[in-house]
Design a binder for this molecule. Structure first.
Ligand SMILES: [Zn+2]
Length: 369
């Protein structure tokens, strides 16, 4: 197969041709006048609850449905994400993600694994997570790890058993994403050091959201996370969760350690109005999802929209936007076979028109939409 257009590389855009098959990208060759469509590396969403009416907590068919929905918006690798719920329901959801990954319907993205977001979060910083937060006791951590599907865990480092849990997750190769936390600067720094000392990779769950803000004499977790040379951070750039200037600040400080996620809920892709998140009533209005008290409750974002936002209101270049949707999440998750357009890598590709609307999507060299 062959695609011609403006090829978005991590550091520049090149007019040219990409040749690929199911074994991967064969060549990337500059060619003048290759057309005006853009060819980008497939998007990687490491934090996504739902879409098209489906939620990760609903089981295997729903996971396939939400995965397929995000695929049509350019997401070629996905981590279906749990929400804080009674522990048996969280375990059921993890097993469902494992089953969904092992029995793919053939027209979906790669399900890399699950993001376990909750219940190991602070009961004082739930955001829109339902009130079922519990500490990460060793038995629960082992039970979650036994599913073999957890790739990212959101964890509040101030919880009982958190030190042991962070070390155990890190040793098992699970990204430890600090979030939904009331930890301060020092506590966050210590947690980063613990995870790094255990050989793990640190992340931040939707940086700025569900954690204390930066203050002059109280730098808080955001400063610790942004200034750590080792850690990555997720950002929901739907322009509701963070102001464009806040995005630019994080982008300048963190560079390639910042990555986009959607944190999308089941209402993504559906008409605005009443919906549900974790069994709670929410309302979708003007592109934002809120609980009755006004708290933001996930998003209806897709990564193609996040990419457009980064370029149009975020003020970054197209290669920089593509790093946020593909290159940096791949690096964070240790997916060295994707996230860039280069010979030898997987042919996970998104073709966008001049208005950055998704036109075609390829997963493993196969056209899927
Ligand atoms: Zn979430």
């Amino acid at each position: 197969m062959k695609l011609t257009g403006q090829i978005v590389l991590p550091d520049r855009v090149v007019s040219g041709e990409v040749v690929f098959d199911e074994t991967g990208i064969q060549s990337v060759t500059p060619r003048p006048d290759a057309g005006r469509r853009f060819i980008l590396p497939g998007f990687i969403d490491g934090h996504v609850h739902g879409g098209d009416g489906a939620d990760t907590m609903d089981g295997v068919a729903a996971i396939h449905r939400l995965s397929r929905f995000h695929l049509t918006h350019g997401t070629t690798t996905i981590l279906p994400t749990t929400i804080t719920s009674p522990w048996p329901e969280v375990m059921d959801a993890l097993r469902a993600v494992a089953e969904a990954r092992n029995a793919p319907p053939g027209n979906g993205p790669v399900i890399h694994g699950a993001h376990l977001e909750g219940p190991f979060v602070s009961p004082h910083k739930l955001g829109a997570q339902p009130p079922f937060a519990i500490p990460p006791t060793p038995d629960r951590v082992e039970e979650a790890l036994e599913t073999g599907i957890v790739r990212v865990v959101t964890l509040a480092p101030e919880l009982d058993h958190a030190d042991t849990a962070m070390r155990r997750f890190a040793q098992a190769g699970v990204r430890v994403s600090l979030g939904h936390t009331v930890a301060g600067y020092e506590e966050t720094e210590q947690a980063i050091c613990r995870v790094c000392a255990a050989g793990g990779t640190i992340g931040a769950t939707h940086l700025f959201n569900a954690m204390a803000p930066i203050q002059s004499r109280n730098p808080g977790p955001v400063t610790a996370l942004m200034c750590s040379d080792a850690g990555y951070a997720e950002m929901i750039f739907d322009t509701h969760h963070v102001h464009p200037a806040t995005f630019r600040l994080a982008s300048r400080v963190m560079g390639e350690r910042l990555l986009f996620v959607t944190d999308a809920m089941r209402g993504a892709g559906q008409a605005e109005g009443p919906s549900q998140l974790g069994g709670q009533d929410v309302v979708i209005r003007d592109g934002a999802v809120r609980l009755p008290d006004g708290t933001l409750a996930g998003s209806v974002l897709t990564l193609d929209v996040a990419l457009r936002n980064a370029v149009t209101v975020g003020g970054v270049s197209l290669p920089a936007a593509s790093r946020l949707t593909a290159t940096s999440p791949a690096a964070y998750l240790g997916l060295h076979d994707r996230g860039r357009i280069a010979p030898g890598l997987r042919a996970d590709l998104v073709v966008m028109d001049e208005k950055f609307e998704v036109a075609e999507v390829f997963v493993g060299g196969e056209r899927v939409t």
